[in-house]
Design a protein around this ligand. Structure first.
Ligand code: ADP
Ligand code: MG
Ligand code: ZN
Length: 505
């Protein structure tokens, strides 16, 4: 009440106003959560007798997750996580998510499931609760050894699910729970998982095609990321048949013309089908040829083409190049790429590492680290041609990570910087003269940090192993961030990598 009165006072201190608003918002949020909990009890009344729902711990597009306690007969209260799926989820999707948890979960750092409740279209998955850290909060306090253990345990989880033919598709820190004190880990969230052709998860076989259909419809309505159009599925008369399916779509993706981090010019984006592929495509009506190929225009014919159907779920900054270029065949290797991005964050102290809102920007950002020639070359191996007018060299991973982490310079970054600096400020060659034209403001920010007074702040404190990162670490990172999915290291191989030589499986 006191705060309320104060807020009406004219000579109020600005901080108090902020405080008031924050508290006000918190209160609103709290009552919102209270209402959500009540609604959940109403929607699934079976929960009332079993659980005391305490708080909301996660809220995504497809679910809300709550912390609850269950009164055991022994008198002991056990903590559980209740995942309430949005009622519009496809039943097959829900069943597949559950099957991943029941078949592959409960072992090797893969989250298991305790119960599942349903009433009408409301489904609640009950899992053991694992208290976990916020990745961003701990990122810059982790010792190098903790990072090594973290990655080892992530690969353990990935080896397990990949063994079952599950492609997770959304590997990122918020889906890999980490309890630092107990050294416990759990891979969660099979909401986007898909099966490999030989998957052991029966429901992923059906969910695969369902999911893709759903995904493609969803995406084409929601956003046309590439502005890309598929030539041979251009009209309603198009019927999918095996012959058209076999045709490899070759796409030209002009990454350089994307709104990169360019200061000087914002160039238009352009993606066109490869002319050769057009002619090869049997479903392509001859009157639909156009002359915009390899020009910087997109003609009306191309604008009316439908998007290529390929699974593209996940989070842009963690997507593998073959996902970003919509390669139709995607394997468990896409999870290894995402694990590589997590590792890159851990080694560089930057999270998120790549902050891209769309796939083309994400691909351009990958190029700034892995090289444009290299990316183009790799894309060829999976049937995509990527166009890039500017040549960006690949970077040395150690140099990059050490620069960003500040372990080789006399500069300690303050916590506040971590989340604001993403890939846009990847200060490619940090050397000013060689800085590419495509850098954003933030790069200069990073430079000024490095050159500024911060230099004096360095203390001879415990480096937590960061002054002695072995080459093995960067060798493993290099193999995870292999642009070619066919040669990218697998989870099983990663566990046997020299980086983990003294660790027990
Ligand atoms: P979504 O599909 O909405 O992302 P997730 O399954 O990833 O749902 O859960 C969202 C969040 O809820 C997680 O990032 C995590 O913070 C929390 N969470 C999920 N499962 C558990 C669990 N078993 N124990 C503790 N927290 C959990
Ligand atoms: Mg999640
Ligand atoms: Zn055209």
């Amino acid at each position: 009440m006191e705060t309320v009165l104060k807020s009406h006072c004219d000579e109020q201190h600005p901080h108090e106003a902020e405080d008031f608003h924050r508290k006000h918002e918190q209160n609103n949020k709290l009552s919102g959560i209270k209402k959500d909990i009540e609604k959940l009890y109403e929607a699934v009344p079976q929960l009332v007798n079993v659980f005391k729902i305490k708080e909301k711990i996660g809220e995504g597009t497809f679910s809300s997750v709550y912390l609850a306690t269950a009164q055991l007969q022994t008198g002991y209260e056990e903590k559980m996580a209740l995942k309430h799926l949005i009622p519009t989820s496809h039943p097959l999707r829900i069943a597949a998510e559950l099957q991943c948890l029941t078949v592959a979960g409960g072992q090797d750092n893969v989250m298991g499931v305790k119960y599942c409740f349903r009433k009408n279209d409301h489904v609640v998955i009950v899992m053991p609760y694992l208290e976990h850290e916020s990745f961003l909060d701990i990122l810059n306090s982790l010792s190098f050894e903790e990072v090594r253990e973290y990655m080892f345990n992530l690969f353990k989880a990935l080896r397990r699910i990949h063994h079952f033919g599950i492609v997770h598709r959304d590997v990122k820190p918020s889906n890999f729970l980490y309890n630092r004190r107990l050294k416990e880990y759990a891979l969660v969230d099979f909401g986007l998982a898909q099966g490999t052709p030989d998957t052991k998860i029966e429901l992923l076989k059906t969910a695969q095609s369902e999911g893709q259909q759903e995904d493609s419809v969803h995406r084409s309505v929601q956003r046309s990321v590439f502005g890309e159009r598929n030539f041979n599925v251009s009209s309603s008369t198009y019927q999918e048949n095996s012959s058209t399916k076999l045709i490899k779509q070759s796409k030209m993706i002009d990454v350089s013309s994307r709104k990169l981090v360019t200061k000087k010019k914002i160039i238009s984006t352009k993606t066109v089908s490869n002319g050769v592929a057009r002619k090869a495509a049997s479903g392509c009506p001859s009157n639909l040829t156009c002359d915009c190929y390899a020009t910087d225009r997109v003609c009306s014919i191309c604008l009316s083409r439908r998007q290529q159907v390929a699974p593209r779920a996940g989070t842009p900054g963690f997507r593998a190049p073959e996902v970003l270029t919509k390669c139709p065949t995607q394997t468990t290797a896409i999870d290894m790429w995402s694990a590589g991005i997590v590792f890159l964050s851990l080694l560089s102290g930057r999270y998120p590492f790549y902050k891209a809102s769309d796939d083309l920007t994400a691909l351009a950002q990958i190029m700034t680290v892995r090289g444009s020639k290299e990316t183009i070359q790799a894309a060829k191996t999976f049937g995509k041609s990527v166009l890039c007018t500017q040549d960006v060299p690949a970077q040395n991973l150690r140099t990059l990570c050490e620069k960003l982490r500040g372990t080789n310079s006399s500069y300690t970054r303050s916590r506040g910087d971590t989340h604001t600096n993403s890939v846009n400020d990847l200060a490619l060659p940090v050397d000013k003269q060689h800085a590419p034209k495509t850098r954003g403001k933030e790069i200069q920010h990073l430079q000024s940090c490095q050159e500024g007074d911060g230099a004096l702040e360095i203390k001879a404190t415990d480096m937590k192993g960061w002054d002695q990162v072995p080459d093995d670490a960067y060798d493993l990172l290099d193999k995870l961030l292999d642009l070619n999915p066919a040669t990218r290291i697998t989870a099983k191989e990663a566990l046997l990598h020299p980086f983990f030589k003294d660790m027990r499986l």
